[in-house]
Design a binder for this molecule. Sequence first.
Ligand SMILES: *Cc1c(COP(=O)(O)O)cnc(C)c1O
Length: 436
Amino acid sequence: MNLGDKRNMFEKLGISGEIYDYCEEIWNSLSPRWEQIDALSEFNQLKVIEAMQKNQVSEACLLGTTGYGYNDLGRDTLEKVYADIFHTEDALVRPQITCGTHALALALMSNLRPGDELLSPVGKPYDTLEEVIGIRPSKGSLKEYGINYSQVDLLPDGSFDYDKIKAAVNERTRMVTIQRSKGYQTRPTLSVKRIGELIAFIKEIKPDAICMVDNCYGEFTENLEPGDVGADLVVGSLIKNPGGGLAPIGGYLAGRKDCIENAAYRLTSPGLGKEVGASLSALPAFYQGLFLAPSVTANALKAAIFAANLYESLGFSVVPDGRESRHDIIQAVTFGNPEGVIAFCQGIQQASAVDGHVTPEPWDMPGYDSPVIMASGAFVSGSSIELSADGPIKPPFTVYFQGGLTWQHGKFGIMKSLQKLVEKGMILKDFDKRNL
Ligand SMILES: *Cc1c(COP(=O)(O)O)cnc(C)c1O
C-alpha cells in the first residue's frame, strides 16, 4: 500500500494532513513501547489459554441454561477459569451482576455485618460507591445497615499514609477496599506490586481483615493480578477489560472461598448460593470475550499511551505521563475548562463506528454529583473497554479516556479529538512540525 493512500483515507474521515503528520510522528516514536505491550498481551493470552485448558472448557460449556440454572456446566467452569486466572480459590461470574458498581456493592454487602467498619486506605472511592457506602446518603446504603466507613487519604505525593492507616485499623475493621484505578481522580493508579505492599501492611496489623481490590480497568494491564499479592476479593465489570468487548453484561468477583460464598448467598438467596442462576445465552460471549481480553486490553493500552504522548507534547497535563508504566487503561488529560472536555468527548464520539453521527452533551447521570459528559459509541451500550471518554463538568476539567477494541480505532479516536479541539480553536498550534 502506498502510505499516501493512508493519509488520504484519514483526510476522508476528517483528519487534516497536518494533524495526521504530527500524530504519525508521535505514534511511530512509540514503537519500543508497542513491543513491551505485545509481550505483555502474549503472556496474558497464554495465562487465559492455560486456565481454559486446565478446566477442560468444552463445546458443551457454551450452551447455557434457563430457569433455575441447576447444573450449569458452562457457568461453573467459567468461574473456575476466572479463579485460576486471578489465582484465587473461587469466583462468581454472572450475567445477573449488572455492572461494576453492583459487583462491588455485592462484595461489600455480603461480607460486612452491622457494627463492622469498612476502611479505604487509598482515599475516596469511585463516585458510584459513595452511595453504596453512604458517604452520600442513599436508600439501602451500608450506612443504613449500621456499617461504618473510614478513609485515609493518600499523601500528596501519592504514597500510602502508613501512620494514619495503622491508626485507622481497629477491632471493628472487617473489610478494606483498595481501588486499583484512579477513577475520576488524578492520583496515580496503583500497581499490583504497591497493592501487595499495602495488603501485607494491613494483614500484619489485622490478619483477618478482608482486603478487597476494585480491579475495574486493571485486568490484564500487568502480568500479575491482585489475587497474586494477597487480595481476598478481586472485583470488576465484564463490560470493561475482562469481557473483551464481547460480554453484553456482567460482573465478577474472584477471591477466598468463604468471601465468594457470602457473595453468592447475597446475590441469589441464603441456602441457594452458587447453585442457581441460569446463564441464559451469555456464555459464548463471556468465554470468547475473556479469550480476547488480553489482546483487547493491550490495544486500549496503546491508545492510552498515544493519547498521553500526544497531549503532553501539546502542553497539557496528563496522568499517567507519556513514559510511565501502566496499571490500568485510563488516560486523564486536564483541559482546565469545560469546553476542552466537551470538544475532546465530541471528537471521540465522531470516531465511533456506532453512533458516530451523534453529539454528546453533559447530563446529570445517576450516581454522580455533577454533570458528566460521556462519549460512547459502543456495540455494547456504555461499554468502556470500547473507545470512550468521559469527564465530570467540574474543576480541574479533566477528561478520562479509555478503551479501543483495536489500536487502530483508539488511535483514530485520539486523532479525531485533537482535530475537534483544533477546529474549536482550543489549540492554537501550527501543526507544521518545524514550528513546534
Ligand atoms: C467503572 C468503575 C466502577 C463502576 O463500574 P460500573 O460498571 O460503571 O458500575 C467502579 N470502580 C472503578 C474504579 C471503575 O472504573
